[in-house]
Design a protein around this ligand. Structure first.
Ligand code: F6R
Length: 627
């Protein structure tokens, strides 16, 4: 989704803004632009396509001023084109916008009837018109932003500058994230800290309905009513190096290789190695939560374990890849902790009027912590009085800030649009969470906990071994890309991995792929199978193995070409499959972490071989801040 960067300071705003937008490229975009102060006016340069197009246009452009704003656009209203690119400029007011103005038609009609003429098809331009009209009366940009806010419906974050106040930048957040980086004599405002970390690690997170007023190198944050707010300044421990490719061809490949470390980092804070027990350190469920009045027993509990032991139902809510991690959680929690679990896609959950009984725990999973539907689902769960727990990668993101309890993926910055390391970190966390819940409810013995924990602690090393398939897929990609489609199949806890494998191939290679529960094959998908269809069967040696094997026989009998993933040197699978990939022997609980790696590599290499942009697949965005 769109990326926003604004800068005031002694460096060339053009360079800081372009660099920031580059670091936000992962969010997905189709055009870009800047408006930078020069000789008393904000000079606007925009380009359709990649940032390199904008950079070309900016070459040699002199900009004398210290203030500027920039934007990468991900089209919602109006096709991707230069005329629809931001900043939008109306009578000296320049504006960039992230989000959607829902009462767009109404505002457009109103502006048109009062004589406005439009130069784009966007909802964003309308906000620039409203601001230009307002500032005529207020003669002050901050007051004009305050005046326009009540007229807008939807989720929208904006940065605005005005030629008559050439040292002033106003930022407003309602929905899509905005953060302020406070440097020495300079301020950067952006959609994500990644655009800021090269300049400062001092960060102020704006909340919804807060306005930041940057005046030269100083800033203040205010409510939309104009009351000054005291906002904490957080010190980040990330650095700019963490967001470089480090010699890999793509961020995605680098992130696939970082997965063993990501899993180790996710596990580390939560394991007591002396006692071999899970401790869920700092999860925060024991902190009183003001919406728990309906759940008195939970409110009275002293600590996280006690609270969780009272949970009678778990909901796991997320989107996309995070949703598949949630489905793995269902298998683990129900099997280990014996608590019923419902999983739901956030965009469905938030609108299906879910029944959330007392003593429910709602777990929301989101790498970015900004996914609009997941955030809305979390808010719904809180209104219903549920306990809430977030699993996020980005600390202090909206979802992290609003949930009661927190688990962190600790994967480090994930830049590739297709999620990889955050997914495996989440699988590690849901392993730990299931064990913790099981222990809290007396569902497993200390010995069982130890066995599962040992298996989890062994996974980073086992993952390293599975990464060696990188070379195999690089070589096989040429052959694999020729198939008409790919059916991924598995049973039990690996079924969500089949769906994740299919999603990866769809989004990266733009090939048709489906993930199926292997037992469902004869209820329809078997009809698809012939020699042009590739079957990827995830069949580790677990309690479902024999049944999965029968499904494999059925697929083979219909002429399907099979890649199977099994445990160790499995002769049966070798006989039945065109290609056999061996996974290390592991507990069923951690098999998904190992099995997903070859599926990620398959999608990566086929997509790369087809010449696709692996890090930024078409039409997709990393942080989906609109519904
Ligand atoms: C697919 C992918 C997406 C995200 C989804 C949710 O590879 O990355 O499906 O998983 O958009 O994003 P988060 O986890 O940020 O809420």
């Amino acid at each position: 989704m769109c990326g926003i960067v604004g800068y005031y300071g002694p460096r060339a705003p053009k360079d800081v803004i372009l660099d920031g937008l580059k670091r936000l490229e992962y969010r997905g975009y189709d055009s870009a632009g800047v408006a930078i102060l020069h000789d008393g006016e904000f000079k606007r340069v925009r380009a359709s396509g990649k940032l390199s197009e904008l950079a070309k246009k900016l070459e040699g452009e002199p900009f004398g001023g210290r203030l500027g704003i920039g934007h990468t656009r991900w089209a919602t209203h109006g096709v991707p084109s230069e005329r629809n690119a931001h900043p939008h400029k109306v009578e000296g007011v320049s504006l960039v916008h992230n989000g959607i103005i829902e009462n767009y038609q109404e505002i457009r009609e109103e502006l048109r009837s009062s004589g406005a003429e439009f130069t784009s098809d966007t909802d964003s331009e309308l906000v620039a018109h409203l601001l230009a009209r307002e500032v005529r009366g207020t003669n002050d940009l901050f007051a004009a932003v305050q005046g326009v806010i009540p007229k807008l419906k939807g989720a929208y974050s904006i940065l605005a500058v005005w030629e008559k106040q050439p040292e002033v930048l106003v930022a407003f957040k309602n929905g899509p994230p905005l953060v302020l980086g406070v440097g020495d004599g300079e301020i950067v405002v952006a959609s994500d800290v990644q655009a800021i970390v090269s300049y400062t690690n001092k960060i102020v997170y704006l909340e919804d309905f807060e306005i930041a007023l940057v005046q030269g190198a100083s800033y203040g944050v205010y409510s939309d009513k104009g009351e000054p707010l005291r906002k904490p300044v957080h010190t980040l421990n990330w650095n700019a190096d963490a967001v470089e490719k480090a010699g890999f061809r793509h961020f995605m490949l680098k992130e696939i290789y970082e997965q063993p470390r990501a899993v180790a980092q996710a596990i580390a804070p939560h394991v007591d190695l002396d006692r071999m027990t899970v401790r869920l350190a700092g999860v925060g469920m024991d902190v009183p939560y003001d919406r728990l009045e309906a759940v008195d027993a939970l409110k009275d509990s002293e600590n996280t374990a006690e609270r969780l032991s009272l949970v009678e139902r778990v909901f796991v809510i997320a989107c996309g890849t995070s949703f598949y991690a949630g489905q793995v959680a269902k298998y683990l929690i129900e099997s280990l902790a014996k608590v019923p679990v419902e999983t739901d896609i956030a965009s469905e959950f938030r609108y299906r009027e879910p029944v959330i009984p007392p003593r429910s725990l709602v777990v929301v999973i989101s790498q970015s912590g900004e996914t609009a539907d997941t955030l809305a689902a979390l808010r719904l769960a809180k209104r219903a009085g549920a306990m809430t727990l977030s699993i996020c990668n980005v600390r202090r993101s909206s979802i992290d800030r609003e949930a009661q309890g927190h688990l962190y993926m600790n994967s480090g910055a994930e830049i590739g649009v297709a999620s990889t390391k955050a997914f495996v970190s989440t699988l590690a966390l849901v392993n730990l969470f299931s064990l913790f819940l099981a222990r809290a409810r007396g569902g497993i013995t200390a010995d069982q906990e130890r066995r599962h924990l040992e298996a989890l602690l062994a996974t980073p090393a086992q993952m390293e071994a599975v990464l060696s398939y990188d070379k195999w897929f690089a070589e096989a990609a040429e052959r694999l890309k020729g198939y008409r489609g790919v059916l991924y199949m598995a049973r039990g806890v690996n079924f969500p991995i089949a769906m994740e494998g299919a999603l990866k191939l769809k989004e990266l290679a733009y090939m048709h792929a489906e993930g199926y529960a292997a037992g469902e094959m004869k209820h329809g998908p078997l009809a698809l199978i012939d020699e042009r269809m590739l079957i990827v069967m995830v069949a580790p040696t677990d309690q479902h193995y024999e049944k999965t094997l029968s499904n494999l026989e059925e697929a083979r009998a219909r002429g399907g070409h099979i890649i199977s993933l099994g445990t160790g040197d499995n002769q049966e699978l070798k006989r039945l499959s065109r290609y056999y990939l061996s996974l290390p022997k592991a507990e069923w609980t951690v098999n998904p972490i190992l099995a997903v790696i070859p599926l990620q590599l398959l999608a990566y290499h086929v997509a790369d071989n087809l010449g696709h942009d692996v890090d930024q697949p078409r039409n997709l965005a990393k942080s989906v801040t609109v519904e």
